[in-house]
Design a protein around this ligand. Sequence first.
Ligand SMILES: [Zn+2]
Ligand SMILES: [Zn+2]
Length: 341
Amino acid sequence: MDDLKHGTRDKRGNWAPRDPVAGVAPFYALPPKPMELLAWLKGYLFPWNLLFFISALVYWAWVIPPVAVMQTLAWGWVLKLLALNALGIALFYGAFELRLYMQRAQHTRFKYNAKFPADQKSGVFWFNDQQIDGALRTFLHGVPIWTALEVGALWAYANGYAPWLAWADHPVWLALMVFLVPFIQEAHFYCIHRLIHVPFLYKHVHSVHHNSVNPSPWSSLAMHPVEHLLYFGVGLWHLILPSNPFIMLFQMHRAAFGAIPGHVGFDKMELGGDRAIDMHAYAHYLHHKYFEVNYGDGIVPFDALFGTWHDGTKQADEKMKARFRDKKARANARKGGMPAE
Ligand SMILES: [Zn+2]
Ligand SMILES: [Zn+2]
């Protein structure tokens, strides 16, 4: 595919999409814009959210044990869930890693950063290697923490410690909850993300994730265990909200498998001919590049509200630099204003 039909490439070889990235989903627009809304809805459902919904359905049908089994915490079902979660992540993340970073099947077409992390060893990573570091953190504590929280939630449901609404009694409400899963994720992630950008937590926790300035698939869950806890904690909202364990499972799959599009590093993955999958990833790529922009992805427009949205344009770049200058000036003024000792 000709990626220059969709974007531009600078002299370093870095590709960027031509159109600004929307920081506000069109359903907040007044007066309403039905055609834009339909186009947005299509992108909202296909392919990613539908895929994670299907993965949750498959687990619900074939992996999650009967309620009587889940009432007791026993190694059998817990280890089986851990193994299948690890296998799912290995296959799904591994497919992107293999195709785009090991085979380099589309070279740098649609790639935001022209360089490949494997060509840039760095001491910030375990074994000086971004991919090994990310994969180890994913399997050593990412998948276990995800599984532990999921097991805890299933156990709570099975023992009647959380409201379990039945589909037969509340079909409309539960369908709405399913639809809102990405919104819950976005609102939760935005809040914990702002929290871990507080200097102390950034230094000790979130900097691990930001070591990947040029993210690749295994960067998705390359996090400190505390960030994993906060990140996968999103599933626990369903123990408080009127919901049910299947929707909790979907929420967890959205977090675990859904971390990948934002970290693939390519705007589109080519499928042959003129077909490609959209990653919708530029906003989060810019977060990895500039740190203090795009804490969320725009489904819930917090960034637009609080002035931290970067849509990839030159104007947004200028606005961001002005904000950084202001921040620095305020910090200097504070220092200068301190009484001399
Ligand atoms: Zn990230
Ligand atoms: Zn961050």
